[in-house]
Design a protein around this ligand. Structure first.
Ligand code: CA
Length: 147
């Protein structure tokens, strides 16, 4: 016997959770990829990034690595500066920490998304799966695990 509609669709699994988006994308790999294998046609061929992170040591670490990979890096150490620079600048990619003085990362991201669609990577601690999901729901394109 086949029921009405002929098809019973179990709804035990809802694929609406952005699990697929939690997977590392090309964006995540892009920031750390060395341009050495690629012939640079001009000096400004790297990606222009804005790193918004109040933890000075981590911010410098990120900047150093990104600059060594040939990218131009601007730093902001609080949410207010970060949001201003993100809106006013023309970055290719923004790396955003969640916990920031001034405006937190999620609020910053929501405000920023009303202005621009620049790709945003959320900086996330290894264990914070819920944080990753909320960041993606707030408009982040991907996340980056904190070293
Ligand atoms: Ca922080």
């Amino acid at each position: 016997m086949i029921g009405p509609g002929g098809l019973a669709v179990p709804h035990k699994y809802q694929p609406e959770a952005p699990a697929a988006r939690v997977l590392p994308s090309g964006l995540a790999a892009r920031w750390s990829r060395s341009p050495a294998g690629r012939q640079a046609s001009n000096e400004g061929s790297g990606v222009k990034l804005l790193v918004i992170e109040d933890e000075q040591r981590l911010a410098k670490y990120l900047r150093q690595g990104l600059e060594e990979a040939g990218h131009a890096v601007e730093l902001a150490h609080d949410g207010v500066d970060g949001l201003h620079l993100a809106i006013e600048g023309d970055h290719d990619l923004i790396v955003l920490d969640r916990m920031l003085p001034g405006i937190n990362g999620i609020a910053l991201l929501k405000a920023f998304r009303e202005h621009k669609q620049t790709p945003v990577l959320m900086l996330t601690a290894q264990s914070d799966v819920e944080d990753r999901v909320s960041g993606l729901q707030a408009g982040a394109d991907d996340y980056l695990l904190k070293p």
